[in-house]
Ligand binder design. Structure first.
Ligand code: AMP
Length: 118
């Protein structure tokens, strides 16, 4: 049994968050510590700890995460200039919250895909 994170409380609206979209499969809300002018997190409503744990039965929710990201990018006015979608996995990926989430970031030029610094 996987441990719930703070994101489950956001989904159930037990703690405050700026929720931009929610349906039966996914929830999207603003990142509390934005790294770009637009920084939104899109998550499945059911707990999947990491992308290593994704199963074929999760494909509908993961597909919905992408369509919701595209819709929110349009609404934020960043679709034409472009943006980045990021999913971090485990320690080397820099994952901090173990409930998979898609970062939708944009609003200015984001630079090279990966920093060369370690
Ligand atoms: P990651 O490093 O990919 O696991 O990203 C976790 C993200 O969750 C970070 O960008 C945090 O700023 C964000 N975060 C953590 N707690 C909250 C919260 N309560 N509300 C919104 N975003 C959060």
């Amino acid at each position: 049994m996987s441990e719930e994170t703070i994101f489950s409380k956001i989904i159930r609206r037990e703690i405050p968050a700026e929720i931009l979209f929610q349906d039966d499969l996914v929830t999207a809300f603003r990142d509390i510590d934005p790294k770009a002018p637009t920084h939104i997190l899109i998550i499945p409503n059911h707990l999947i700890p990491t992308t290593n744990d994704v199963k074929s039965s999760d494909e509908k929710a993961l597909g919905r995460m992408v369509t919701v990201a595209a819709k929110l990018a349009q609404e934020a006015g960043i679709a034409e200039d472009g943006y980045r979608i990021i999913m971090n996995c485990n320690k080397h990926g820099g994952q901090e919250v173990y409930h998979i989430h898609m970062h939708l970031v944009g609003g200015h030029f984001l630079g090279p895909m990966l920093s060369q610094d370690r």
